[in-house]
Unconditional design. Sequence first.
Length: 319
Amino acid sequence: MKKRGRSNKWLDWRQNIAWRCDALTREMSPPIPLREISLRCRVKEVVFQPLLVEAGLAIDDDGFVVFVGCDEEVKQEWTSALKNETQKTRTLPGRVRFSLAHELIHTFFYDTERQPYKSRLSETHYKEIDSLEAACNYGASQLLLPTRQLKSDTNKRDVLSTSCIVDLARKYGVSIECLIHRMANLEDWTSKRGLLAYVHEVSDVYRIRAIAKSASVRGLFEKLSVGSDFKVAFGKAQYEEMKRHSSGNLEYELIYPRGVETGVVKCHLEYRRVATVPNANAFVLALGVVDQPRTPARREHPINEDFLIKLKQAIKEPG
């Protein structure tokens, strides 16, 4: 029998994670109550305290303990917020909810029917720590942004809008970056032609941190990806405009690679600043394609008149 590759093992785990997240959240409404999920995952306690890492998981007798890093000043506040969590109130920051959800997905990798709990991972899996962490990040986004509920919301609304994206992130209790990453893996999130992007400034360079493209424009913006420089991708004029204002709308023509040539497409770009910290800004972008892509007009070569006269004579006087 042919031995299965590493990627197939983790694909199986992802499918299992997606199935379990769907089962856990099927009857829930956003924001997904993580305290209830924690109890279902046999987590005895969630401890907020200063840590050198964002979060961690420990086994304690017949249950798990999740540790989440925080400053000393907010420890009591966050503990109380999780303890009194309801469908209508949520005070934990989006990044904290993601860290907690990530650790909850780690519990999926344990056999909880055995005492003490035993890991389901083989030694070779442990050598693939990056794959494990990526699988838990994938699961955290599935848990916080369930496919059923998110598809329902995106089908009802015009998601190619910065205000809509901000509202959805608030509704689900996640960061905008997390929401756009999740939508990138969600099929048919919009019937329109366009994309969403989360752009973060570091040292005066605006880079794309998350991007979701509708199915109809994936080929059009094939080279636009996480890590792309906004100024290079969208143009200096748009970059300068966004730096000057906190929000706005731009109409412009975007030149993009088209085989060995280039193409031009008219776009509408809406931008909105969603975070401001020392030496860094963050924007959410909603880009809509206004017309059909086209090839720039070519300069026609002038016809050689002498050649044309000789050609006509050759046609009239064959042989």
